[in-house]
Ligand binder design. Structure first.
Ligand SMILES: *[C@@H]1O[C@H](CO)[C@@H](O)[C@H](O)[C@H]1NC(C)=O
Length: 253
């Protein structure tokens, strides 16, 4: 299980990265598949050349071909429950199959190194998310790990800005319920301030109701994550949101 210490560590790490490379205004950063974070979620271990190790390799390999066409894939490898590997891969809703595949390949290699011998792990990039576990997690909201990211710059009028962010994200969460891809982007023109852009997405093993709950809970973290900040994200193992004052994906340009 991931403890809060490692969450804080990764949060600090990411703030540092944000400080080092704040996105230039108007730059959507969307040609840049940044690594975000990873977590090894299982206490159980496996060793090389065992059935679990082989099933893991096979599951991740499968996902690199099954997920890219639709942006989502889910697989269980191994009949023997003891050695079964459950895995999923999700690409951000706008990412092309080619970029999706590249991202999943990179993520597969990286997670096997970072979570060496661990029976569970998750890894996040801008373009994709990959997760595997010996526990059958399909359809369940993953509350095990949550990452906050924010732009250090603050809005001129925090009270109004916070409200606008909350309104935009809440409206996107409402729309996600009727969107089979469980991915919604949107933007909002605000009087006297810059345009706001938002994105919400869930892993597609969730029901629409579970997706809505996952995102509603994430949006409720806004005051803790992103108070007054001009950009922010809450990233988890089942859903994530992001808002910025610049377009996040090509379709918003
Ligand atoms: C897995 O490995 C870690 C580190 O080597 C160890 O602390 C832990 O007890 C192991 N878990 C099990 C279930 O044996």
């Amino acid at each position: 299980m991931t403890n809060s210490r490692s969450t804080i560590f990764f949060t600090l790490l990411l703030i540092t990265l944000f400080l080092l490379s704040p996105p230039a205004f108007g730059d959507s950063n969307n040609n840049n598949n940044a690594f975000l974070t990873y977590t090894c979620s299982s206490y159980d271990n496996y060793t090389a050349n065992t059935p679990y190790a082989n099933n893991l390799k096979q599951a991740l390999y499968q996902l690199t071909s099954t997920a890219p066409p639709s942006g989502f894939g889910l697989t269980s490898v191994g009949d023997d429950l003891q050695n079964q590997v459950n895995a999923l891969a999700l690409c951000r809703g706008d990412v092309s199959p080619t970029d999706c595949k590249t991202c999943i390949q990179v993520a597969s290699n990286e997670i096997q190194q970072q979570c060496l011998n661990k029976k569970g792990g998750s890894i996040w990039y801008d373009f994709c998310f990959l997760k595997y576990s010996n526990i059958k997690f399909f359809g369940k909201i993953d509350n095990g790990f949550r990452l906050y990211m924010w732009n250090v710059q603050e809005a001129e009028n925090p009270t109004v800005f916070n409200e606008q962010v909350k309104n935009l994200l809440t409206s996107l969460v409402e729309q996600v319920e009727v969107t089979p891809k469980l991915y919604v982007i949107g933007e909002k023109e605000n009087e006297g301030s810059k345009k706001l852009y938002g994105l919400v997405q869930c892993t597609r093993d969730l029901s629409t109701a579970a997706c809505k709950k996952c995102l509603t809970d994430a949006v409720a973290e806004l005051p803790r994550c992103c108070d007054a900040k001009i950009g922010g994200r809450v990233i988890g193992g089942s859903c994530n949101f992001r808002y910025e004052i610049y377009p996040i994906v090509d379709a918003q340009k």
